[in-house]
Design a protein around this ligand. Sequence first.
Ligand code: HGY
Ligand code: MN
Ligand code: MN
Length: 408
Amino acid sequence: MPLINSERLLSDLRHLRTIGAVGQGVVRPAFSAADMAARDWLRSRFEEAGLSTAMDGVGNVTGKSPNTGPAMLIGSHSDTQPTGGWLDGALGVIYGLEVARTLAEDSTTCHLAVDVVSLQDEESRFYGCLGSRSLCGLLPPDAISQAIDKDGVTLPDALREAGLENVPHEALDLSRYRGFLEAHIEQGPHLEAAGNRVGVVDSIVGLGGRRFRFIGEQNHAGTTMMSIRKDAATALFALAQGINDAFSALAGPRSVWTMGRVEVRPGAASIVPGYAELELQYRDPSMTMLDAFEAEVDRLVNEVRARDQATVEMSPSRERIAPVKMDETLRVHLGSAAQKHAPGQWVDMPSGAYHDAGVMAALLPTAMLFIPSIGGVSHDFSENSHDEDIVIGCQVLADATAAMLLDN
Ligand code: HGY
Ligand code: MN
Ligand code: MN
């Protein structure tokens, strides 16, 4: 099988890291200037690789092989979290580019078709997995018009600012594709802890989220007696504690939940807060568990409402993503390639993070490959992986991709 160009791979990853760099991390939220600069650079690299490129109306950047199908579509996202790591998403996009180049440069595989994609807003600045959902025709009708980020920027305004408001949205040509592959950093501790170098994902967790608004009565912290207060923060804390207690009692082995955004206004020590916001996200490999979490939240909200401390409004904070199984046949090819390049140091494993692959699997046979995250850290500027793991992961993906297409 053709060998990847490891220096070229690392050089492209390091260049992408410079676009939106903040210290050792990266800040490239969807549709930010840095994100669009990165997408323009990716397009130029895809073109240099002989791929025909385009940016569609939601910012997806594609690079298409001149070869006829069946093709493999390989990619991930190049947008990041507000405090993002340099590899989350970027790894899978540059892997796709390197696999496309490697197979095109070798006489035994140059007839194979590998397309590459950088999907938009996987990190949910405006809408979770916006790009992959758009590509798959899975965006609800008013998703774009209603989407607004945490700072009040609307998605239509961001699209206008990026010059995309009149650009057509690309739809996946299912007749062209054998499948979709996404390589990603594990973003967790399991591979490193077990001394493994490659993970072949068997399933991706499902997730849901709720947003709560608490409306009380702002007042003086000294003269407002406890019996007559309508303290928005007290209601928030009561709900948060109730969620932690109830979810802990319900949780399965891979259940997780996070209340990562809290706002209390006006945020002064001598003022009884009149307004508060809380955002909850929960994940599990089982849809039944996700449903159970949501039933508990409904019960707890009614309890807090009954206390008459504050009015509690609840709404979904994001589109729910169902748990999804990866394609068995593609997984076998990834496992064979992993066994060749990391014998005895690879493992089948679930993904605790969600990914665009979780959306693409609705339409295409889909598989994912993980490489270890140093210290299991991600969604933090310190996110990192060892170069040798980055290189091995890409070689495994290249071998598996060639095998999948030759196997047709
Ligand atoms: O949050 C996630 O699972 C993904 O990294 N955006
Ligand atoms: Mn992420
Ligand atoms: Mn990611």
